[in-house]
Design a protein around this ligand. Structure first.
Ligand SMILES: [Zn+2]
Length: 454
């Protein structure tokens, strides 16, 4: 009996990761992510899956980022009743991320209805906060490095991938095949996370290619962020920093704490973390000591460097303050969340700054800002951008092309097949070429919806 993989997401794009593995009439879904970015991608979230959710036997997540986990509440709402396997770090983060995702979708739908700019009346959320809370009871936490059986006769094992808390690569043994899903791979030199563990031997590898066509500059976050914030403090401006609540927010906070301790930034420069989700994630660094690079003193310094804004009223009160100040808010690609209000408020003043941290998917506001567009649309209004826009490349939580190749090359011998996934077309194809030319392995870039042998 053959083993097949259907690429239901995370193929041709960085978002929507969903890989359906089928063998002997059993089905396992690796990752269950939301599509983000271009509208034609987001519309895929609304189309029914080609497989009926109640006919999937198990779901296994590599990590908690929404482009890998954000479809879970919908899958459960549509009839999935089995277990969702995840590392305990991923489970902890999903408890925060998924209800927040439901909440944002409810808010966006309500906002569209209030201002009636939706073409659909009334606009509906993809799922609600309650749907997300309901889905959490299906989770089961697994240990890193310990085999588990998601389906009788199928074996699976996690190993650390760096990237964010709980993030893992997944080795799956089924039907005599060993399939390795890289998940999102962190950088070996990440300021917060440990380097990814080297890959075990596998027959087939699914490798991510987010930055397959790029090379990270050697500059550290410290060296890039310091001069920018110093300049901002001198001219009394406001920096709006869209952050991924999980990972990047903590990397930026940790760096600001280091900059202040080193005297590179005035200790009096006010820093605000305006994201309940990021606040909860920051607290998880203390619970999961050993999964990251920080010691207890550094975790506490990261925690104390910013004023934490939990409630919407605290968030709104920022509008009455004057610069200089630094506001970190989600989401990281400015696709939603509290950062939109701050962008609308501060983007129009040339003394201010918008600092982008990490990957900006095509079609997102973050990508439009990064490409220098002078106007962005927020909540149905055009907002003129006069603020200085900076992009911090070293804030990426992904390995670049060379680092991914280095990781792959640690596999004891060549796998039979490599599928290059989780990248835009150019990035995936560039990584495919490098794999074929530099390490001489067979590699293909599967199309969205295609089926391949494992
Ligand atoms: Zn990720």
């Amino acid at each position: 009996m053959s083993v097949n993989i259907t690429f239901l997401g995370g193929a041709d794009t960085v978002t929507g990761s969903k890989y359906l593995v089928e063998h002997n009439r059993h089905r396992l879904l690796v990752d269950c992510g939301l599509f983000q970015g271009y509208k034609q991608l987001r519309l895929r979230n609304w189309a029914p899956l080609p497989v009926v959710p109640s006919q999937i036997d198990a779901v296994v997540l590599t990590h908690a980022h929404l482009d890998h986990s954000g479809y879970i509440p919908l899958l459960v709402k549509e009839g999935y009743r089995r277990t969702i396997h995840a590392t305990s770090g991923t489970f902890d983060l999903c408890k925060v991320l998924l209800p927040d995702s439901g909440h944002i979708q409810e808010e966006d739908a309500a906002f569209a209805n209030r201002h009636s700019f939706s073409k659909h009346a009334p606009a509906l959320p993809l799922y609600t906060r309650q749907d997300a809370l309901d889905s959490l009871s299906s989770f089961h936490a697994e240990h890193m490095g310990v085999w588990f059986e998601p389906i009788p006769g199928w074996k699976a094992r996690y190993q650390s991938a760096g990237h964010i808390l709980g993030a893992a690569s997944l080795l799956l043994e089924v039907g005599g095949r060993r399939i390795l899903f890289s998940g999102d791979l962190g950088r070996p030199d990440d300021p917060l996370m440990n380097p990814p563990e080297p890959p075990p031997q596998a027959d087939t590898v699914l490798i991510e290619s987010t930055y397959g066509n790029r090379q990270h500059p050697p500059g550290k976050l410290f060296a890039e962020l310091g001069p920018l914030l110093h300049k901002l403090a001198k001219r009394g401006g406001v920096a709006v920093v869209p952050v991924f609540a999980v990972g990047r927010a903590q990397a930026v906070l940790h760096t600001i704490a280091q900059l202040k301790a080193a005297g590179e930034l005035p200790r009096s420069l006010p820093i605000f973390l305006d994201s309940p989700m990021a606040i909860h994630t920051t607290a998880l660094f203390e619970k999961h000591m050993g999964e990251h690079r920080l010691d207890r003193a550094e975790v506490h310094a990261m925690d104390r460097v910013a004023t934490m804004l939990e409630t919407p009223d605290q968030s709104k009160s920022l509008a009455t303050r004057h610069g200089p100040m630094v506001i970190l808010a989600a989401s990281g690609m400015a696709t939603g969340g509290r950062v939109l209000h701050h962008l609308a408020q501060y983007a129009g003043d040339h003394r201010n700054m918008i600092i982008l941290t990490g990957y900006q998917a095509p079609g997102t506001r973050g990508e439009r800002l990064a490409s220098g567009q002078s106007s962005i649309r927020i909540h149905g209004q055009d907002v003129t951008v006069r603020a200085e826009v900076a992009q911090i490349e070293s804030a990426s939580a992904h390995a670049d092309g060379a680092q991914v190749l280095d990781w792959l090359h640690k596999m004891p011998s060549a796998p039979g097949q490599v599928y290059v996934v989780h990248g835009e077309r150019d990035a995936s194809d560039m990584l495919r070429q490098r794999i074929e030319h530099e390490i001489k392995w067979r590699a293909v870039v599967p199309e969205h919806g295609s089926v391949w042998p494992a």
